[in-house]
Design a protein around this ligand. Structure first.
Ligand code: PRP
Length: 220
């Protein structure tokens, strides 16, 4: 089983600071006894932390504003336009967290599903903002297992003209295998993850993981 410690993670990968708060939230959503209402609520809290951290990785430029005290304040502002792209279905759970931080952000959707038997990703549908090539893209999917779905989604974005270095992939839990496959394929693409788990089981589920995120968030 592969393992990646915080220190060994590729330089493009940021793992959220493992605070007592984050660890407590992760414990709740990993617990098989947690019911859907709590799963949704506590996942949303982690998603918010991921979005907040992700925004720290977007480029900013200096700017000066005047304050009501008639003085100048030398500050910062985001440099470019952004959009979100969720990998359906589970990735849609992360859209509200992004909207809570970036009001009226444009959001594209890519429907990719893993085959239940082979775990191979299959692309069904993509609808993206027309000017996506000129935006920074926050790619949203809670789980990175084999990496097949996320790699396919990035291939779609690149085919639409988005440079790899303008994509930021946000996810709650990664496998070492997924992190390695993703970094090997896209060495300039930044990833922000909540944690890198132990590995994959024979069904290609992340372990210890939390099971099927989409089922737990939407169905169970
Ligand atoms: C899950 C998850 C990721 C993908 C990760 O989605 O949300 O999209 O699997 O696995 P991978 O890294 O091996 O590709 P799934 O296809 O089960 O669909 P869902 O979003 O409907 O649950």
């Amino acid at each position: 089983m592969a393992t990646i410690s915080v220190q060994d993670a590729p330089s493009t990968v940021t793992i959220l600071k493992q605070t007592p708060q984050l660890l407590s939230l992760m414990t709740i959503i990993r617990d098989v006894r947690t019911q859907r209402g709590d799963f949704v609520f506590y996942s949303n809290r982690i998603i918010r932390l991921l979005v907040e951290e992700g925004l720290n990785h977007l480029p900013v430029e200096e700017c000066v504003v005047s304050t009501p005290t008639d003085l100048s304040y030398a500050g910062l502002k985001f440099q470019g336009k952004i959009c979100g792209v969720s990998i359906m279905r589970a990735g849609e759970s992360m859209e509200q967290g992004l909207r809570d931080c970036c009001r009226s952000v444009r959001i594209g959707k890519i429907l990719i599903q893993r085959d239940d038997e082979t775990a191979e990703a299959k692309l069904y549908y993509a609808k993206l903002p027309e000017d996506i090539a000129s935006r920074y893209v926050l790619l949203l999917d809670p789980m990175l297992a084999t990496g097949g779905s996320a790699i396919m989604a990035v291939d779609v974005l690149i085919s639409k003209g988005v440079p790899e270095e303008r994509i930021l992939f946000l996810n709650l839990i990664s496998s070492p295998e997924g992190i390695d496959a993703f970094a090997a394929r896209f060495p300039k693409l930044k990833v922000v993850t909540g944690f890198i788990d132990q590995g994959l089981n024979d069904k290609k589920f992340v372990i210890p993981g939390l099971g099927d995120f989409g089922d737990r968030y939407y169905c169970l």
